[in-house]
Ligand binder design. Structure first.
Ligand code: F6P
Length: 364
């Protein structure tokens, strides 16, 4: 009998429970023994586990969040008794004590890096790509994205009412970390007039011009979908000009530009647009609404496909890989190919070119 462990790490995301169920049920079907660790890598370090069986894997397909709990804790940087310590050895010891043959880690970019570290420490790991940001390298799509896209689109649809009725600009801030997939997708689907994404630095003046042009054309209202990581041309240039960070450290300028509170930037943008256009502006920050609640059908299917494919790989003795979705297929990709990379929106991506053709302004 094979023994497998499973944990969820990083921000919660719709479809996590569907994936846990996919892995768990497929593993039970192969007569494997399945242990779920609580709260990401911390639970593995502290050996807080629950056996997953057909009873507790039932009824979770449609439920948001993760039944296992999650955290953003990293094996090599965990706070223990008030001190940040490398707890990799403790994690390896618990993996061995539980006689695991493989650990399945469900997570986004950070989780892929942590899984690679555990692979390098000698553990057998398989990962699944989970995040609403859709920014994991080597996979067409991540589970969570489709649900968040639906929520953000619905929000834009609803914001149109007020924008239109009150002749206002509505700036809606959409998640996505340093990638614009969610803002771009929801912007297209919701018919946002302006879409600002990290990949295309923008000028406030260009955005204002587009809004004024609409006003002159008889549409004195606009929806601006801004990705939380969007940068102005000036911010982007400051980042490029910043001295590179010392190895293993974050660049100071990078921290200043990137880690300015997203909401503050969105407020600033709305104020500038108000001043430049003479229209009233309001902001809406969708925040964690985008990660909550029941997963879409597409995410349930994707999570189930990826979860069961992970078990196929484990059964075949393959590990050290992420299960990627490529078209209709699921393929294993070495963790080295995935970890430390992020998949951003190419500036000539078909979504961008189509959006431009229907008149969407990118502020560039
Ligand atoms: O990665 C998912 C995500 O929701 C990002 O879009 C966002 O930047 C981040 O997580 C927010 O993290 P937290 O929930 O820890 O505030």
């Amino acid at each position: 009998t094979k023994h497998i462990g499973i944990l969820t790490s990083g921000g919660d995301s719709p479809g996590l429970n569907a994936a846990i169920r996919g892995v768990g049920k497929a593993a039970l079907d192969r007569k494997m023994h399945v242990l779920g660790f609580r709260d990401g890598f911390r639970g593995l370090m502290e050996n807080r586990a629950v056996e997953l069986d057909s009873a507790n894997l039932s009824g979770i397909l449609t439920v948001g969040g993760t039944i296992l709990g999650t955290s953003r804790e990293k094996p090599h940087k965990m706070t223990v008794a008030g001190k940040v310590r490398d707890m990799t050895d403790a994690i390896v010891a618990n993996y061995r004590a539980n006689q695991l043959d493989c650990l399945v880690c469900l997570g986004g970019g950070g989780t892929q890096k942590n899984a690679l570290r555990l692979k390098q420490a000698g553990l057998n790991v398989v990962t699944l790509p989970k995040t609403i940001d859709n920014d994991v390298a080597e996979t067409d799509i991540t589970f969570g994205f489709d649900t968040a896209l639906g929520i953000a689109t619905d929000a834009i649809d609803r914001l149109h009412s007020t924008a239109h009725s009150h002749h206002r600009i509505i700036v809606v801030e959409i998640m996505g970390h340093r990638a614009g997939w969610l803002a771009l997708g929801a912007g297209i689907a919701g018919g946002a007039d302006v879409v600002l994404v990290p990949e295309i630095p923008y000028r406030v003046e260009s955005v204002a011009d587009a809004i004024k042009k609409r006003k002159r054309g008889g549409k004195p209202f606009s929806i601006v979908a801004v990705a939380e990581g969007a940068l102005t041309v000036a911010e982007h240039e400051a980042l490029l000009a910043a001295p590179p960070a010392a190895k293993g450290k974050k660049s100071k300028a990078g921290i200043e530009v990137r880690e300015m509170v997203y909401a503050d930037r969105t407020i600033q943008l709305a104020q500038q647009l108000e001043a430049l256009t003479d229209l009233e502006a309001r902001i809406t920050i969708l925040g964690h609404l985008q990660r909550g609640g029941t997963p879409s059908a597409a995410d349930r299917i994707l999570a189930t496909r990826l979860g069961t494919a992970a078990v196929d790989l484990i059964q075949a003795g393959q590990h050290g890989v992420m299960v990627a979705a490529r078209g209709e297929a699921t393929v294993p990709v070495a963790l080295e190919e995935v970890a430390g990379r992020i998949k951003t929106v190419p500036v000539d991506h078909p979504w961008v070119t189509s959006a431009r053709q229907v008149g969407t302004n990118f502020g560039d």
